[in-house]
Design a protein around this ligand. Sequence first.
Ligand SMILES: [Cu+2]
Length: 136
Amino acid sequence: MLKSITKLFVLVMLVSLMTSCGGGEEKGVYFVNLSDGDTVTSPFKVEMGVTGMEVEPAGAVNEGKGHHHLIIDGSWLEKGEVVPADDKNIHYGGGQTVTEDITLAPGTHTLTLQFADGFHASYGKEMSKTITITVE
Ligand SMILES: [Cu+2]
């Protein structure tokens, strides 16, 4: 009896250890196809990745879910701040993770990925990533 309880205990410990490893995935966003310092030509493709959260279309606020925004020559937004909608702040409210047609003037630009909730309220710096690219 005691032996089987010990076995069960060890099993439970192992399972919880494995689960916590999987759940310990760091939250963040990243550019799948671009790196800091890259040179591109317009129009160019931007693939957006996220870890620790899930992409869903805009409309309702659900915990742990949201959509991507691409901020051109701007900065990440404080948690709770609503992402503006203009030609420098592009929403992917359909739940898109890729855009094929970003066109920018030649020169140096920053691209910021900002993850935000279903009402477009920023998840803050933790859920953002900024890179600098050169457009030829
Ligand atoms: Cu949005």
